[in-house]
Design a protein around this ligand. Structure first.
Ligand code: ADP
Ligand code: MG
Length: 682
């Protein structure tokens, strides 16, 4: 009798080779197999008469093989099986490439369902490599068919056939990780029905029912995991920091802290002195002064003899933090060091020694700071800046680094509460809800490309007055391999230099430049040696050049509101009146609504809510979903309502049974889910 843990080689059609391929998809057992969900579906329910086939469409026909298929070897490595199929309305030519077995498999006079893309002209319709199934069988055709993510050596048909066998063998063996009362209360279908229908839905409705249940399950388990993570962290001891006098720090600052900064620092100091590890998220709009809040925390740690690490998502930001903080901190007799991935080996070794023997109090850097070979003498506090790029796995890895160090997570991405629960559910939250005094609103305009000459004149005027400007170019993400964005930025900069501003100093920067080059460009800009910086969104987070007063965003429609807000936050950081100009030729209603919203809204949280409403969180985070947990089936862009439901169900269950001792299966699944994220709950 097969069980859930039976090896997949027990399935007919899966031998050593295929098992190896499936292992790449993390499928080893029957349970792994049936828990491998489709990525999408293809509705192959309808059968089209041949005469009605349209070239270019994907369709299913039921047709008889008119005569025995022929096999020809065109050349080595290219074998063609050809046949003609007929139904009552017409004929269809079918070709299979390199599937010689089709010659014997398809018999003249028998009827099959062929499913594929229709090509050719009206009287010579053809299909190449269609999916074939014997008449009356409805696994690959005649139904809504699952489409799975594949790997080399496993085809859709193989996977579908295996799935059908796997389900038949163990659909009824699946234990339900959802407690029965929860399932009942939230009107969720039975687990075996869910698995059946998610793979082989009878119709769209049953698919929706199955999906709802599985999404709920995933979000529920995830919510439980986050809560447990939080409880676990607060159950361990952490080095208490009783010394909290920061008067020398505040005295050394060139400005007075805002009330909001003060309050948040107070919350942090309370965490630090509690004897439990701090797990705090600090959210604050761009320019709200999060860096100083982090600095205060690190100073406090240092006064208590603990090392701190401040992590930034990019080298530019790490270096900027270092440049900004080192003089201040060193003035307080604290020893700072910068650690990035692009350091020379010798320099790095020396620094690692200093970290290990405690010669450095505060290490600032990229995630190089938590790479396995970096050891600390006494790491007591980890601060991550712009944390939405670090997920729950990284947070859990951090805790493992010191002996449960205090953790401070800073985010400028104001995340609506609904989402923040699933992203930051393991953290306490503070909000810096106030900007330093004297900040002026950045006047924002949305204009079509036909305004470009006027915009250039506007730029010239401000540069003549001594200001600097950013132009954000059509771009792609930093980690995108497309060479286009580099080209776009470079060419745009060259065009400006040659045709528009021959007398001005123009530079460009993009995420795929070497860290050294990037740094050189950014430093020159920060030093006022460049008038216009043409850039990709590498300047999006954190870069601080108070003299920059104009931000122009080309192809503004490509950005989410929150991203535009981040970009806009690069200007208006000094005492100068600042402007943000969003250029877009996209007249689409949705785009226009979004850009209009930018001209109207100032508050990052409001913008985030609006963004979420207009586009959904998938887009809300753009391609940069690093902070989002990897969900197997839930789609945070459409499952918000369910997320809330799952969240409160999770909370209630944990209230009743904090250790999940009466729900061992639930507990086990949560463990597995977090292990799959690379996070451990233990
Ligand atoms: P963000 O929250 O976006 O990280 P920063 O920490 O970079 O903001 O601060 C933005 C700018 O405001 C910096 O130049 C910083 O020195 C300055 N700043 C921070 N706090 C205050 C304050 N209380 N008063 C005046 N300026 C401040
Ligand atoms: Mg910042």
């Amino acid at each position: 009798m097969p069980t859930l843990t039976t090896d997949i080689r027990a399935i007919k059609g899966i031998g050593e080779q295929r098992a190896k391929s499936l292992a790449k998809l993390h499928i080893a057992t029957l349970r792994d197999l049936i828990a491998y969900f489709p990525r999408s579906y293809e509705d192959r329910t309808a059968v089209t008469p041949i005469a009605r086939l349209q070239s270019g469409e994907t369709a299913c026909v039921e047709a008889m093989v008119a005569a025995a298929p022929t096999l020809s070897r065109v050349r080595r490595g290219l074998e063609l099986v050809k046949l003609r199929a007929v139904d009552a309305t017409g004929t269809l030519d079918i070709t299979f490439f390199n599937q010689p077995y089709m010659k014997d498999q398809l018999k003249a006079g028998e009827t099959y369902t062929f499913c594929g893309k229709v090509e050719g002209a009206l009287l010579r319709r053809q299909m190449t490599n269609p999916v074939v199934e014997r008449e009356g069988q409805h696994l690959l055709t005649g139904r809504i068919v699952p489409i799975y993510p594949l790997t080399a050596g496993v085809s859709q048909s193989i996977l579908i056939r295996s799935m059908a066998q796997g389900l038949a063998a163990c659909r009824d063996l699946l234990p339900d990780p959802l407690p029965e009362p929860v399932r009942q209360e939230h009107k969720l279908c039975h687990i075996s029905y869910a698995y059946d229908q998610i793979h082989f839905p009878a119709d769209q409705e049953t698919l929706a029912i199955a999906r709802r249940r599985l999404v709920f399950e995933e979000l529920f388990l995830f919510a439980i995991g986050l809560k447990k993570l939080r409880t676990r962290r607060s159950a361990v001891a952490a080095a208490p920091c009783p010394v909290t006098d920061l008067t020398d720090f505040t005295a050394a600052l060139p400005f007075a802290l805002t009330d909001a900064q003060r309050r948040v620092i107070g919350e942090i100091l309370a965490d630090l002195s509690s004897g439990r590890p701090m797990n705090r998220l600090v959210q604050g709009d761009v320019g709200s002064g999060k860096t100083m809040v982090a600095a205060a925390a690190m100073v406090c740690a240092a006064k208590n003899g603990l090392q701190s690490a401040l992590m930034a998502p990019t080298e530019i930001l790490a270096e900027q933090h270092y440049r900004g903080l080192a003089p201040l901190l060193e003035g307080l007799n604290l020893r700072c060091a910068l650690l990035t991935g692009s350091m020379k080996a010798a320099q790095r070794r020396a620094l690692l020694t200093q970290l290990a023997d405690g010669a450095v109090d505060i290490a600032i850097g990229t995630h190089a700071l938590i790479s396995p070979d970096v050891a600390y003498q006494n790491l007591g506090l980890v601060v991550t800046d712009e944390q939405h790029r670090f997920g729950v796995a990284q947070r859990s890895a951090l805790s493992a680094k010191g002996t449960d160090p205090h953790l401070l997570v800073m985010s400028a991405t104001p995340i609506p509460r609904t989402l923040s629960l699933i992203i930051y559910g393991d953290l306490d939250a503070s909000v810096i809800d106030q900007l330093p005094p004297g900040r002026q609103a950045v006047d924002t305009f949305a204009v079509p490309g036909s305004y470009r000459q006027r915009i250039y004149a506007f730029l010239r005027k401000h540069i003549a007055a001594g200001r600097q400007a950013y132009i954000i170019c059509p771009m792609v993400e930093e980690n995108d391999a497309l060479p286009d964005d580099r080209k776009a930025v470079k060419e745009y900069a060259a065009m400006l230099q040659e045709q528009v501003f021959p007398d001005l100093r123009i530079a460009f920067v993009h995420g795929r430049m070497k860290a050294k080059e990037k740094d050189a460009v950014m430093s020159a800009f920060a030093a006022g040696e460049t008038d216009i910086l043409v850039s990709t969104t590498v300047v999006e987070v954190g870069v601080d050049v108070p003299n920059a007063a104009v931000m122009v965003v080309e192809n503004a429609e490509r950005f989410g509101l929150s991203q535009l807000h981040q970009l806009r936050g690069r200007v208006g950081r000094g005492q100068h009146k600042s402007y943000c100009i969003l250029i877009s030729d996209n007249r689409g209603e949705e785009t226009q609504a979004r850009l209009k919203a930018m001209t109207r809204l100032r508050d990052g949280f409001r913008i985030a809510e609006e963004d979420l409403k207009l586009r959904g969180p998938g887009d809300f985070f753009g391609q940069r979903q690093h902070g989002l947990p990897a969900m197997k089936i839930a789609d945070l862009s459409c499952d918000i309502a369910l997320l809330q439901e799952a969240q409160s169900a999770a909370e209630r269950l944990l209230q009743e049974d904090p250790e999940l001792s009466s729900h061992p299966l639930t507990a086990q699944r949560v463990e597995e889910l977090f292990a799959a994220q690379g996070a451990s709950l233990n």
